[in-house]
Design a protein around this ligand. Structure first.
Ligand code: NAD
Length: 282
């Protein structure tokens, strides 16, 4: 029975995951190595809860109660009592492997370790632990409080018990599940990110301006957001990292990252979070 949830990494995804877990009644410890990031995450969660409360007519007491269920921490041992730990640190395989090794040693034997990775093989993360049957992919979508889907990824050794315990949590969060096997990009990023990369190629090759690419895809295919605005929103570094995983994972040149995307990331133009990507942001 999962009651206590730990979240590692309090960036845009970790903060959102902590929020929806607290809203659903779980006790949450939100951990980060950067104290300022934890303070920012807490403020963002409170702002998001108040906005949701206004829209959905939830009373202020529920906001206070959800906030009270979230403890922030920079001490790894505070995660030790967790039944489920969801890792949401930066998309870097070496860092994530370190985290999985460290928390495998720290957590109680029956605890489940999940990763919110966009693209790193769950089986590889699991193999760095002594509990590969209790490791699973839990891929939330951005922004977490708004998006309905969680992809659940079965690693090579993920057990049925782990899968059903985590499915029950996702259902309690009020989200829908899509099940994926553990191959590069899983479902959503396998289909989505090559499209974002192709939109970058359209600009790189001079086919059209970023404005026209996005206008064409919004009005021509009924997408709520153009692919280049979406790439900026996700973060161009993250988009590039996912293309690299697809390219190396499948060894197929159809996944080669667009050179313009590579150059923009080298220049530090990462999209919305850096203020400049295919579009500019205040
Ligand atoms: P982010 O850069 O906003 O946040 C990462 C956080 O991890 C930062 O607060 C950082 O301080 C923290 N961190 C780094 N190393 C750490 C460590 N060793 N221990 C504890 N904390 C550490 O990143 P994000 O966009 O929230 O992405 C997090 C994960 O979620 C990635 O794996 C990403 O691929 C995945 N993801 C992202 C999106 C998206 O749209 N951004 C969507 C789905 C999944």
């Amino acid at each position: 029975m999962i009651e206590k949830i730990g979240v590692i990494g309090s960036g845009q995804m970790g903060g959102g995951i902590a929020q929806v877990c607290a809203q659903a009644g779980y006790d949450v410890v939100l951990f980060d190595v950067v104290p300022a990031q934890l303070a920012k995450a807490r403020a963002n969660i409170e702002k998001s809860l108040r906005k949701l409360a206004e829209k959905a007519g939830i009373d202020a007491g529920a906001v206070e109660a959800a906030m009270a269920r979230i403890k922030t921490s920079t001490i790894p041992e505070d995660l030790a009592p967790s039944d489920l730990v969801i890792e949401a640190i930066s998309e870097n395989e070496a860092l994530k492997l370190d985290i999985f090794r460290q928390y495998d040693a720290l957590l109680k034997p029956e605890a489940i370790l999940a990763s919110n990775t966009s693209s790193i093989p769950i089986t590889r993360l699991a193999s760095s632990t002594k509990r590969p049957d209790r490791v699973i992919g839990m891929h939330f979508m951005n922004p977490v409080p708004v998006m309905k889907l969680v992809e659940l990824i079965r690693g090579h050794e993920t057990s049925e018990e782990t899968f059903s315990a985590v499915s029950a949590v996702v259902t309690k969060l009020g989200k829908e599940i899509a099940v994926s096997q553990d191959y590069p990009g899983f479902i959503v990023n396998r289909v989505l990110v090559p499209m974002l990369n192709e939109a970058a190629f359209a600009v790189y090759e001079g086919l059209a301006s970023p404005e026209d690419v996005d206008k064409a895809m919004k009005l021509g295919t009924n997408q709520p957001m153009g692919p280049l605005a979406l790439a900026d929103f996700i973060g161009l570094d993250t988009v590039l990292a996912i293309m690299d995983v697809l390219y190396h994972g499948f060894k197929d040149p159809k996944y080669r990252p667009c050179p313009l995307l590579v150059k923009m990331v080298q220049a530090g133009h990462l999209g919305k979070k850096s203020g400049k990507g295919f579009f500019t942001y205040q």
